[in-house]
Design a protein around this ligand. Structure first.
Ligand SMILES: Nc1nc2c(ncn2[C@@H]2O[C@H](COP(=O)(O)OP(=O)(O)OP(=O)(O)O)[C@@H](O)[C@H]2O)c(=O)[nH]1
Ligand SMILES: [Mg+2]
Length: 448
């Protein structure tokens, strides 16, 4: 399969060319690498009782997940086909320690999350090359706090990994979609995240009549335009589980987009490579802006260093030639200066000792002045407004910088004089070559 081949190729390129640079700029290389591991993922999220587990069971064709009217499920369940030789259930504590799986990052949320995480290994051949994640239904904000881990953050992490996010809600709770949406929105790539989310209003058969449905739909559209700030509302799939549907009067009036929704879910693997490319693209741009900032800081430092060095060399040479004349006139030391020894033809190595002390002393002093005063001042001024290090000429770059400014501050705080020759410019050139060359080629290969 072309996608799998390209995925491996991209993985190798990233590991070889970009991963070492991530480490140099103290960026998390695991985030970059784990995004490229494993199979395509569909994440199902939404309010409790919105019909998430019912939809999953319907897709699998078996009652794999428990369903029920009250909040039923408080776990993240990864459902996939790992082969019959693997166990039927893998607990969270095993998942977060398996290097071959992309779940290591969930370890940081502690035991409370790992005990609410598991992998369910099913027989279905449709799930050999994809996984679907059922999530605990969203409750109200106060109850969310009792989970013992940051639910929104965890949801955001799953959303980042997912190739397709299905956001479900039912007509009774159409007004609460905003929290769920904002939890995942920030974690998705700026440019394209929107295509990764699909909105589903489920259980519409429970509306008493069309005007009831239209009212719920209206509430939803209003909330959506509020949260996206856009007037064009994305497509909302209106669906219900046919086997559960209440007797629907005038059923020909009732929309039913269940099959289309299922098709979309099974098409998620085709989005996989695009998703990986976007993620790599986003993270390498983050790296690029950090490298740009450090490269500019190094350039400014080197410029100041050259100035200090010029003054130091001038002063050192002056003192080399005339320094002993000065001490001779004040302290009568040395008895014969370098110049007079040369003029009188009595030069010996002894005449060089003081001039050499002056020469070396001035160089040391010059370096100390640069290190302790000039360089430190530059760092202090830069920290006061680090945004001057990079060009922020469009909204995209401004947002990118906002995200990376804290990391940049950390790097700037820890920079030493030695680092200003550490090849930030060549790092930046490598990053630019990767973005302009390698990554562009991958995008071209994907274009139909
Ligand atoms: N009438 C009708 N009932 C539905 C439909 N979908 C789900 N239900 C019922 O609604 C209840 C909630 O469904 P679940 O699938 O458990 O919902 P969930 O989103 O997984 O809920 P949590 O796991 O608690 O977050 C169950 O009793 C289902 O039988 C539907 O389309 N129509
Ligand atoms: Mg459920």
């Amino acid at each position: 399969m072309l996608e799998t081949k390209l995925q491996t190729e991209l993985q190798n390129k990233v590991n070889k060319k970009i991963a070492p640079l991530f480490a140099k700029y103290d960026m998390d290389v695991n985030g970059l690498q784990s995004g490229m591991k494993w199979k395509p993922i569909v994440l199902i999220i939404g309010n409790y009782s919105s019909g998430k587990s019912t939809l999953i069971n319907e897709i699998i064709g078996a009652d794999v997940q428990r369903t029920g009217q009250a909040p039923t499920d408080d776990a993240f369940t990864i459902i996939t086909n790992e082969g019959s030789e693997k166990p039927k259930e893998v607990p969270g504590s095993t998942l977060v320690n398996d290097e071959n799986l992309p779940f290591i990052k969930f370890k940081q949320y502690g035991e409370k999350l790992t005990s609410h995480l598991c992998l369910r290994n099913i027989d279905s051949p449709d799930f050999k090359d994809m996984a679907i994640i059922d999530s605990p239904g969203m409750l109200d904000a106060t109850t969310e706090k009792d989970r013992g881990y940051d639910y929104m953050e965890v949801l955001g992490e799953f959303a980042k990994m997912a190739d397709l996010i299905v956001l479900m809600f039912d007509p009774h709770k159409a007004g609460t979609i905003k929290e769920t949406y904002s939890a995942i929105r920030d974690t998705l790539p700026e440019k394209s995240g929107e295509d990764r989310i699909i909105f589903v209003m489920s259980r519409i058969d429970e509306c008493d009549n069309i005007s009831d449905l239209v009212r719920s739909y209206g509430t939803l559209c209003w909330n959506m335009s509020q949260m996206t700030g856009r007037k064009d509302i994305p497509h909302i799939y209106l669906t219900y589980a046919p086997q559960l549907a209440n007797a629907i009067k005038n059923s020909e009036w009732w929309p039913q987009e269940r099959d289309e929704l299922k098709k979309k879910i099974f098409a998620a693997p085709t989005l996989r490579l695009n998703h990986i490319l976007e993620d790599v693209d986003r993270q390498v741009h983050e790296l690029q802006i950090l490298s740009e900032a450090m490269s500019e800081l190094s350039r400014r430092s080197r410029k100041l260093f050259t100035k200090v060095a010029e003054v130091t060399v001038g002063l050192a040479l002056g003192l080399f030639v005339f320094g002993d004349v000065l001490t001779n006139s004040i302290l009568s030391l040395p008895s014969q200066t370098l110049i007079s020894s040369l003029r009188e033809g009595t030069f010996s190595f002894g005449n060089l000792i003081l001039p050499l002390i002056f020469l070396c002393g001035t160089f040391v002093l010059g370096f100390v002045v640069f290190d302790r005063i000039v360089f430190r001042n530059l760092i202090k001024n830069t920290l006061a407004d680090s945004s001057t290090l990079v060009k922020l000429d469009n909204e995209y770059r401004r947002n990118l910088w906002k995200k990376m400014a804290t990391s940049a501050t950390e790097l700037i705080k820890n920079i030493t004089v030695k680092d200003i020759w550490h090849g930030h410019a060549s790092n930046l050139a490598k990053i630019n070559r990767f973005l302009e060359g390698d990554l562009k080629k991958f995008y071209e290969k994907l274009r139909p």
